[in-house]
Design a protein around this ligand. Structure first.
Ligand SMILES: C[S@@+](CC[C@H](N)C(=O)[O-])C[C@H]1O[C@@H](n2cnc3c(N)ncnc32)[C@H](O)[C@@H]1O
Length: 292
């Protein structure tokens, strides 16, 4: 990484702040919730084979809003079952927010939570010692594969934990959307490090195709209002620009020509459209479902 550009992910507390601005500026969570309460419902109904307890694992769960939506849908589909929910999340701040959300959410009496305050790779190392025989009915990695050292081995490991009839859900930005254009153009200039990868669902599909791993795929249209990024000094705009580039304090630390080129690309018609004076970035996502 260029000496002056520090990855946003190197400081998970700063990352969390930028991520929250991203959530407030985009339809990300609405899009994912519509998927969970739409196409995913039948899939969730098919897991578990009538078992009394369903084992669920969330990797990179953040502050838990999406995880609890999945659990709510599982409970609707399996009203008699208990849910054993493992959470893997390296940010203590995020995990505290998740616990807070659980304490404020009703109807979770049948759900137990195990908090793994660690990275996916650390979880993988300890899992086999702790639970040699335990298999999972549903595993999800939602917008988290960017931050693992080796996405391919992570996918294969989590897939290997699936119960017969289990499903692994992956959600990432689409390989055809504006995130892909941004990363393709500037990835090396931003200087991605091991834990901040510009991997898209296009890359993951190529990887699975080359291994002959089958999957079901779903397009999830989403948008992000990036208008504030074009006002230097706007607090939210600066945090959003950090999230887009995955660089801490991007505008202050990047060479002015790089900042100008990034802002230019963000505004280009193949990345964003103008609507009522706002700049709307294409935040399309894609979901894949894998079998054991
Ligand atoms: C983009 S957020 C997604 C959060 C949540 N899944 C959602 O969709 O709201 C990515 C999450 O991955 C976590 N993360 C970062 N590095 C990780 C790693 N190596 N293993 C697992 N999770 C990681 C971050 O702390 C953050 O909570």
């Amino acid at each position: 990484m260029a000496a002056s550009l520090t990855s946003l992910v190197d400081d998970l507390s700063k990352y969390g702040e930028s991520f929250q601005v991203f959530l407030d500026s985009s339809s990300e969570h609405q899009t994912i919730k519509s998927f969970i309460n739409g196409p995913l419902t039948n899939i969730l109904a098919s897991i578990g084979e009538g078992k009394p307890t369903l084992n669920v694992l969330g990797v990179g769960s953040g502050s838990g809003e999406i995880d609890l939506e999945i659990i709510r849908q599982i409970q609707l589909r399996h009203p008699e079952a208990k849910v054993d929910n493992e959470v893997v999340e390296p940010s203590s701040d995020m995990l505290d927010k998740y616990k807070d959300l659980v304490s404020k959410t009703s109807d979770l009496d049948q759900v137990t939570f195990t908090w793994n305050n660690m990275k996916a790779s650390e979880f993988e190392k300890t899992w086999k010692e702790r639970n040699p025989d335990k298999k999972m009915d549903f595993i999800h990695m939602i917008q988290a594969l960017y931050y693992v050292e080796d996405p391919e081995s992570a996918i294969l490991f989590f897939q290997s934990l699936l119960q017969k009839n289990g499903k692994l859900l992956l959600i990432l930005v689409s390989g055809e959307g504006s995130w892909a254009k941004l990363w393709k153009t500037f990835g090396t200039l931003f200087g991605k490090n091991d834990t901040s990868q510009s991997v898209t669902m296009g890359d993951i599909k190529s990887l699975l195709d080359s291994r002959g791993v089958p999957y079901q795929k779903y397009q999830l249209p989403s948008r992000m209002d990036i208008t504030s990024c074009f006002t230097p000094g706007d607090e939210k705009g600066e945090l959003l620009l950090d999230f887009l580039t995955e660089v801490q304090g991007f505008r202050k630390s990047a060479p002015p020509e790089l900042t100008a080129a990034v802002l230019d690309l963000l505004r280009r018609p193949d990345c964003s459209k103008e609507e009522d004076g706002r700049v709307i970035f294409n935040n399309n996502l894609e979901a894949l479902l894998l079998n054991p």
